[in-house]
Write a protein that binds this ligand. Sequence first.
Ligand code: PMP
Length: 290
Amino acid sequence: MKIYLNGKLVDKKDAKVSIFDHGLLYGDGVFEGIRSYNCLIFRLKDHINRLYRSAQAIMLDIPLSKENMIKAIVKTLRANKLKDAYIRVVVTRGEGDLGLDPRKCKHPTIFIIADSIALYPQELYKKGLDIVTVATRRNINEALTPQIKSLNYLNNIMAKIEAINVKSEEALMLSYDGYVCECTGDNIFIVKDSELLTPPISIGILPGITRGAVFDIAAKRNINAKAVLLTRYDLYTADEIFLTGTAAEIIPVVKIDARSINKGKPGKVTLSLMEEFRRITKIDGYRYNA
Ligand code: PMP
């Protein structure tokens, strides 16, 4: 496996960063998870824009133009001869000293890994997920806005641990005041009276690229889709629930907090969105030659 590391393609065994890198010492950095499907990188521009916005928000200057970042991603895919891939782009503050001061980090570290990923086992796409609301609240906007896709994922990991501890497949996180936010690596939607409802970005969630794709599919199909505040009541009384994310794509939820949704079966609307999503990943993307 070849890894892109600071401008060079290196073997996985040589892809090493300093233990003084602030990405490691403090989670000071940003990242993206991107997918390619049969030589088409899905919504690449959206991912690149989110990466650069995350970096801008933490005053981290990425020493590569967006065009050169795209070239680096394609170079990594080609070096690994990958047609279908999960691509991880990471930009850290770089090597510094033991203090927090980001000014001591002169050169951001950039690496790109292109590999495969299976977030949930394939059978769960047919059966649907059983998820739980956890006590760990999503980070508040005023502390560390979830809009920044930063290397600080401890909030999500704490929530994931809670779900694992009760043998659940995924954790739903609420805002500090009890509104539905998102799962640990996915956005959440409900279907209610043939409408799609999902929490607004302002409640403190990552503006998911897959979430955006679902809005686009809904618009094309004349399905009403709205970002509104949701409570657990809305989830418990939903006709259908599904999660969206680059790694997970669209996955049905059939149980939440031990309550069955749609009699414990993936719903019609979810299944048709999954099918349409699969279709657009085959035609909508940034083309490259593996
Ligand atoms: N929320 C969180 C916390 C995530 O980590 C992710 C995955 N990046 C998502 C939502 C889904 O976002 P996307 O569709 O852009 O992958």
